[in-house]
Unconditional design. Sequence first.
Length: 361
Amino acid sequence: MNKLMILATACMLPVLSIAQTSYHIKGQLPTGHQAIKAVMSYPPDDKGGEYKSDTALIKNGQFGFSGKIGRPQLAELNLIIPRSKAKPDQQKSPDESGSMKNVGLFYLDGDINVTFDREGMASYTGGGNEQKAWEYYGSEFSKRLNAADKNADGIALIADATREVIRSYPDSYVSVDLLDIFTQAAINPDLVEPMYDGLSQRMQQSEKVLNWKPKLDKARDLVSGKVVAPGFTINDTDGHPVSLSAYRGNYVLVDFWASWCVPCRRENPNVLAAYEKYKNKNFKVLGISLDTEKKLWLKAIKEDKLPWKQVCDFKAEQGKAAKAYEISSIPSNVLIDPNGKIVGKDLRGGALHDRLAELIR
């Protein structure tokens, strides 16, 4: 019996390894629409290579795509309108026009109907579980966006919606693809790890997740309180050298920012609020600017009323501290304990206040 089971399992392995998802896309345009063809682009796999593009001619307002793919992937569909026939707003890209006119976004997952209205806005029916998860994400993000004020952090809204999708669809590739957004630059383990833990075991073993999981492990170890923060010495606004070692014995937030960075300037009031709350409780802030022009740097410090020490070597991401801490995007920060060990990274918004409340009594 055991030999039979082993043989049966062995026979199944090739089938499992070549399992594919079939898709059938039917498109419908209103009478009089000027588009002459549809172009659908999508990643053929999870290896990060070039997107594949398929083209279909539009006849009598209809077009279609059919095929098979290794696993459901997010596809972008663009309607091509001859420039001589296009209206001014139709000649713009989706980002330029401020909407997704003549563009469709959906998962290649079963039978999907894509219908464009006279304004070029797409709606969808059909599809499998992945398409349902994708539509759920859209509704959750829109709900949060509509409730947010104009200064809301867009990344935080995406993160909130992503957490909800993972909670509701833990065994979905949509959850994997959304979570992947937060692994492209430096990983914040406080943000990514709970979402990773929410994935099903099957999704945790998917190719895309396995590719970035070592980076998550490294990021988690970095903020464990076991890693010594790299030292540096950089000149302040008056040209005097400032060393990180001078802050030993305090909790210090090493805050990477720049005058031209809109999200950084938006986060400055939050850092200032934390500073005011804990400045008399062994807490310091050291700002490190990635500016290249001193005049703009000093102007931003004055405008944002930042009272803590500021340093800059005017080498942007090639600066000493930026390279030592592997800063690939800003705003970014590193929280260091009195012993010079890293105990937090990329703490923004409420996360900064929560971590400080844990550490400083």
